[in-house]
Every structure is written in C-alpha cells, then in structure tokens.
Design a protein around this ligand. Sequence first.
Ligand SMILES: *Cc1c(COP(=O)(O)O)cnc(C)c1O
Ligand SMILES: [Zn+2]
Length: 503
Amino acid sequence: MKLKDFPEDIREYIIPDQQGKLVYRCLGCGAEHDIKKLLYTCPDCNKVLLIYDNRFDRLKRLSGEQWQRILDYRKMLTIPALKGIYRFHEFIGPIIPLDSIIYLGEGHTPIVEANEFLQEKVGVKFYYKNDGQNPSASFKDRGMASALSYINSLIRKGLSSDILAICASTGDTSASAALYASYLTPHIKSAVLLPHKKVTPQQLSQPLGSGASVFEIPGVFDDCMKVVEALSEKYNVALLNSKNAWRILGQESYSYEIAQDFEYDMANKVIVLPIGNAGNITAVMNGFLKFYETGIIKTLPKIIGVQSHHANPVFQYYSEPDAKKREFKPVTVKPSVAQAAMIGNPVSMPRVIHLTNQYNELAGENRVNFVEVTEQEIIDWELLANRNGHIACTQGGESLAGLVAAQRSGVIDKEDIAIVDSTAHALKFSGFQDMYFSDKLSPEFGINPDPAMMNKPILVHPQNLEHIPEHGKPLKGKDFTTFVNRISEEIASMLNLKKADIE
Ligand SMILES: *Cc1c(COP(=O)(O)O)cnc(C)c1O
Ligand SMILES: [Zn+2]
C-alpha cells in the first residue's frame, strides 16, 4: 500500500525516522558506552552489555493502542527494509537508517496450532512458532539481520571497512553469520569456529556454502567461545556471537511478532523456549518488557526456559529457591540431541539474572520459570510433534518437553495457551532422528528408542521378478508391465489394501 493511502492519524509514523539515542550499558558496573564502537564487553569491568535507548520514553508519547495501529498498518508497506524484523524499527534499532537494513526474508515465522491429538497428549492448548522457517533455518537470522544491518550502517558511513566477522557456534550461529556476511561481500569476510564433530553435517555445509572460512576445533562449544573471545580481544574483528548486544536487539522481534499475532492480548500466554548460551531468552524477555513499558501489551506473558539435564547450568542456578543463596556454576556438558543448546557456561547468564528479576518484579509474581527435561523426553516429543504436522528440530522437542514438565510442576494454569519455540528446522537435526530410528545413538545420550516411534524405508524388490530397471536401461513392453504390477501388488499386500470396485 502507498503511504498516501494510510489513515491520516498514523500516516506520519508509518515509515519510521532515524531516532533514539542508543548506548551500551554494562550490567556489571552500570557504565554507559558510545554505540559508535563495536563493543562486546565493558572496557571498565569486562562484564556483558545490553543496548538501551536513552530516549526510549519518547515512545510513550503515543498510546499503546496507537502503536498497535501503526504496527498493524505497517504490515501493508511494500518497502523491503520494513518487511522483516524492522517492522519494529523503533524497538530494535531506531538509529539504523532504512537504506542500511539487510533483509533476507527473516522474521514473521508462522504460528501453527497443534492438532487436537497432540494438544490432548500435552494437556495444554499450544502453538508452535516455527523459527526454522527463517532464511538459514534458525532463529539466529533475527539477530544477524540486526548485527549486520548495524555493521552495514558503519560501512556506509565510512566508519568501518574490510571487516572480518567471527563467531563460535553450535552450528546455527555460524550458518546465519556466514549467510548475512556473504550478502555484504566484498566489505565483509567471515570466519566461524565450530566444535569438531559437534555440529550436524547440514549445519557444517551452510557456512561452507556461504564461502566462510570454517575452523573445526577440538572440544565443545564453550572451548570455541573462549578462543573467539581471545581473538576478539586481541585482534580487529567483529564478534557475531550473542555476546554482541546487537544480536539481542534483533532477536527481540520474536516477542513482538507473538504479541502482534495474538492481537496484543498476552493474558494467559506462555512462551516456551530452549536455553543454550541464553541470548534468546534474554531477547524474548527484553522484547516483552519493552512492549509492556509502552503499553502495547497489558500483561507480561509467562516465560519458561528449558534445559536438558545434560546441559543445565541455568536450571541449576534457579533450582535454589532462595535468591540470596543462588550461585552460578558452569557445568561440563554431556552429549545432547538438543546439540545447538549444549552449552555449560552461557555468556548471557548475567543478562538472564538481571532481566528475570526485572520481569518478575514488574509482573508482581514469578512469571519466568526454568525447567529441566531428559534427553529421552526431548527426542520423543520432537518425533511425536513431527508425526503430527510439525517440522520441529530437537531443540523444538526440548521446548515441547519443557511445556509438559512445566505443566507437571504446576506452573501452567488450565486456561493457559502456550507458544512453543521450534528454534530451527527439523532437517538440520535429522541425523538424530536417523540414529533413533536405527537405534544407533551412543549410550551417553541415555535414550531408549520406542519401537512404535521408529520408521524405516522398505526396499520393495519381489524375489521372483526377473527384470528390474537399471541405470540407463529402462524397462520396456511386457517386462515393464510385469514390473509395475508385481511392485504394486507387493505394496498393496504390505499395506493390506482392499481392491477398489471397478465396474
Ligand atoms: C542457538 C540455538 C539455541 C540456543 O539459543 P541461545 O540463544 O544460545 O540460548 C537453541 N536452538 C537452536 C536451534 C539454536 O540454534
Ligand atoms: Zn562495566
């Protein structure tokens, strides 16, 4: 729709201006730092940062209802820069000029209601929000669109050039970073560090295909992260891990989209998501907080962060009920089918602690909860979801298992409606499904495949069939008719098919 056709009362707000005053704020010492530099930790105390808008209060000049109208109408714009996460420009990156925004089709992922069978099994009304339907097939694209749009704005202003973007990854960060960086060729090159044999072949193929330098490092993600941190401290590189606060801003769009898709009614809503490095749960909390502060939503939804018992440092921290006695201890991870969340020392832990306090205080009760699930539960729920029309990844299975666990522990009310995050596409993690179906998961996972859930291809090759098609030698005539008839009879008999009445 053309700008002149929007209602007059909101027309001036439909295309956002460049505004706001963003700063990095340290969660350790509270110091604020200039946004014009690429900073990952506080130069004064080395703690993690979050980006705040010191002119955020200007957004309160409009009512929540006016904002709802603006954001809803904005959907009708055809400007590419505003078709992705930057529909929420004022909340995500108000200082970024529209011509610096990189849009590769990220965001606005579908919210799919579970069928009756699955809802009954789970015992809660729920939807999957499929973040696997992003360009590189995971939610990481939301954060990369933000980080790379910001870097692009620096390049365009001549403040930065010849950038080497680096990240450590459990697979999806590198796929996304390499994709978005490749869009900015020749200004940016990317290098990714992966734990050797701890990412799936699909995830490995992604940065290779995007032309990144790919380094495989012995150890697990936490080891790669330390190497990347050392590189970013000593050398001139752009760090694209979620330690980079720009990633968090972009990932807040997940919350904004949920609010918009439920017509801003967050009463009785529960958001369930897996926790790895804890960037995503940071962003999801921050997103809802911003919409709440501007009156766009009137209720803060419940949030449930889920961890596998094989990588559960956040769950362990919160399992101490007395806040004063809580003490964060990194854990040594064990193999997890939710491999993208297999992290023992989450970088965003201080952000989680800070925002969870703020969230619960504002809500007036405990609305952020943490649950733990087993490897068996993760994969069983993933497989069951996918047998009911979803395309959930193993981390999506972890989310669903977490919803079940939360319900068991009494966190879910009868009238609650859950939005469950499938953080990536099922295909990226299909290797775990293969291992389950062929009972080849190593004993460390602690998973016993349920024969009823296994599925295998059946090779159809009737014994007394003399001629079969071979490469470059198709069957003809009577041989071909015999082949088609025999094979179809075999399939019909295996499927117990009844003959159709043909007149
Ligand atoms: C990165 C990732 C996670 C973990 O998200 P964090 O922000 O690190 O907590 C979960 N699932 C998938 C598919 C991921 O790629
Ligand atoms: Zn500091």
